[in-house]
Design a protein around this ligand. Structure first.
Ligand code: GLY
Ligand code: MN
Length: 356
């Protein structure tokens, strides 16, 4: 039997709501119908919604939007009826079971029962292809990120080995302060700052470890600018690196550059991941590189596509991705180098200007 057509879509994922409407509040959802889109939110966010959302979207004011299904019921049913909704798409990978139950309950109207169907990933797929405006915002976000990094690198170079040295946590807080100073709205994720053997933990949580003269320093930072993320990792070697530190740094750098050169629109995420991974494997360090080779970035720090073994969908023109191979030698040190690039038909355009 053919699948009945979806007449409306319920959007609950916050990043998707922000993408579709510009709304940044934390309580609310959207209903997309053929002729009209609606944003349901409550009094805490009505003013913000009025001032920020795209024209043409109707705001429905519902008191305490998630808590009060009885109040929601009236306006919800009126709109469903108006648009003759019989099949409603929901984001199963976002909607909690509790909220789904509420919707199910209030969606039983005189029109008869509503059928629900999964539309997970639909908006995320649209978000992969960035508009020129989105690319400009990601670039601005990255420029701020780079200004932060330049200062952080100086601090590392000046203070390492001094008695007045600094801890990972001190540096992580400094990153947040500088991000604010240079105009970020927020940080994109908690900064990763790892000294010495901690750099062998890919997502080390900054702690009280203090910077020593011969430490490898791994810094992975990102900020948000007008809702768009940036992401960059740099590994700072000591002034006089050991032969092994130099060797591993160069393997990762060669692998990363090769991926930047070869990735283009139309290849799968799996293929994109393989360019840097095969170099690291050939050098004998395949077992020391266990994470994905990169990810899409935009409103979320991690979004579609993914550069990984089981991602067999193709990369799209004008998507923005990170390329971030690494090698981590447990108990010793780790190296990761990460840039953000735009995927084009011919290759990539690097959005990261910081030297490697
Ligand atoms: N830079 C953090 C991450 O990609 O997970
Ligand atoms: Mn990343």
């Amino acid at each position: 039997m053919p699948h009945p057509p979806i007449q409306a879509k319920l959007i609950t994922n916050r990043s998707n709501i922000s993408y579709l409407s510009g709304f940044t509040g934390s309580a609310g959802f959207m209903l997309l119908t053929k002729n009209k889109d609606y944003l349901f939110t409550d009094s805490r966010y009505i003013e913000r919604a009025k001032n920020t959302i795209k024209k043409g979207i109707e705001i429905i004011d519902v008191t305490r939007v998630w808590r009060n299904p009885e109040e929601l019921k009236k306006s919800w049913q009126k709109i469903l009826k108006k648009h003759r909704v019989k099949v409603l798409g929901v984001e199963e990978d976002d909607l909690t079971v509790a909220k789904f139950k509420k919707f199910k309950k209030i969606s039983k109207s005189k029109n008869g029962k509503i059928k629900f169907t999964d539309i997970s990933g639909e908006i995320e797929t649209k978000r992969e292809t960035k508009t020129e405006k989105e690319i400009q915002l990601i670039k601005r976000s990255q420029r701020i990120n780079e200004k932060v990094f330049v200062e952080i690198k100086k601090i590392v170079q000046v203070l390492r080995g001094r008695s007045s040295t600094i801890s990972e946590m001190d540096l992580a807080w400094k990153i947040k302060e500088l991000a604010h100073k240079y105009g970020a709205d927020d940080i994109a994720f908690d900064p990763i700052v790892a000294f010495g053997k901690n750099s062998a933990i890919p997502h080390h949580q900054p702690g009280k470890t203090r910077l020593k003269k011969q430490d490898v320093t791994l810094i992975d930072i990102g900020v948000k600018y007008k809702g768009y993320c940036s992401d960059m990792t740099r590994t700072i070697l000591p002034r006089k690196p050991s032969p092994q530190q130099k060797e591993i740094y160069n393997i990762v750098l060669t692998a990363q550059k090769e991926a930047i050169k070869k990735i283009r629109a139309g290849i799968t995420g799996k293929k994109a991941d393989s360019y840097s991974r095969s170099i690291i494997e050939k050098a004998g360090y395949g077992d020391y590189y266990e994470h994905a080779g990169g990810h899409g970035i935009g409103i979320d720090i991690h979004e579609s596509p993914s550069l990984s073994e089981n991602y067999t969908k193709k990369l799209k023109k004008n998507s923005v991705i990170t390329i971030e191979p690494g090698i981590y030698i447990p108990g010793k040190f780790g190296v990761r180098i990460e840039d953000m690039v735009i995927v084009t038909e011919k290759g990539t355009t690097n959005l990261t200007k910081t030297s490697k």
